[in-house]
Design a binder for this molecule. Sequence first.
Ligand SMILES: Nc1ncnc2c1ncn2[C@@H]1O[C@H](COP(=O)(O)OP(=O)(O)O)[C@@H](O)[C@H]1O
Ligand SMILES: [Mg+2]
Length: 345
Amino acid sequence: MSAPAISFQSVSKVYSGSRGTLRALHQVSLDIAPGEFFGLLGPNGAGKTTLISILAGLSRATSGHVKVMGHDVVADYQTARKLLGVVPQELVFDPFFTVRESLRIQSGYFGIKGNDAWIDELLSELGLTDKAGANMRQLSGGMKRRVLVAQALVHKPPVIVLDEPTAGVDVELRQTLWRFVARLNREGHAVLLTTHYLEEAEALCSRIAMLKQGELIALAPTSELLAAASSNVMRFKTDDTVPEAIAKGARITGRIVQLPAHDAHAVERHLVALREAGVRVSDVEIRKADLEDVFLDVMASRTSAEVTNPAAGPPQGGGAPGPNMAPTVAGGSEDATRTSVGAAT
Ligand SMILES: Nc1ncnc2c1ncn2[C@@H]1O[C@H](COP(=O)(O)OP(=O)(O)O)[C@@H](O)[C@H]1O
Ligand SMILES: [Mg+2]
């Protein structure tokens, strides 16, 4: 049996600062198989970038181990790094080189000479061909993002890591990127993706992990996560204010209100309650729960009190310095909290 593409083994990360310690990751364990398309989800500050920085060797885990195809990212850094292509969340680039030069330099860094055929293919696949001679500083944010993707792929790494590659980029780049990454995945490359676009994760990833305040709170095939939700959602538009009793279970985006509605009775109850509250609704639709519904559900139901060892300190209250400020726990035994969504319902 071949080694996992990526193996995170009880990875913890504590940042120490003047205001105390910040537990960015706590005992995260998961394996990603070769050729898998894996999604890592979680709200801002959940620890996704920290986990990827540790994987890429840019940051050291406080405890635990990370391996890329069996190679430890610390003990066997060179090999692990060559097997990885990482597209960072932050736009980092050297403004003095052209697009083609920066890709050649990156190839050289991996010891690859005469890489122009693949570089041309990358430029073409990512819609950069006519920008090959442009200086990096002349490019728009979206174009720089494409170059970052190309840079990560110059050495055809078997394991591709994308940290929010589509945050704030236009629809065209998203489509270009997904077409190309899906092709690489079909050709056998493993992909680890973090994204805020749950629709993308639902469409692309065969398995999904969810992080909350540094802890793994869900890990399951996408289809299982969706099946576990097994609920419907009633969606409508309104210009009126939705009363608190109804709003607290709802997802509200401007005029659009979405309420969990398991069956026809639930829909009826919602409509009665809305009519009694004088809320006029239009464009009522019933749809199947999607990954965003599951995500919100999981995030709401797994509180930090449930996932934090009581020995770790008092529950985080209003006076806490930050959402994941908590005293450090040495070797806690909190593994029981790591369950799939399916098992929790
Ligand atoms: N270099 C750092 N020093 C101190 N705290 C950090 C550092 N990097 C990240 N953090 C903190 O760690 C937590 C996780 O951050 P991050 O991994 O960037 O989350 P995500 O990528 O999921 O948004 C956040 O609370 C963040 O403020
Ligand atoms: Mg991040």
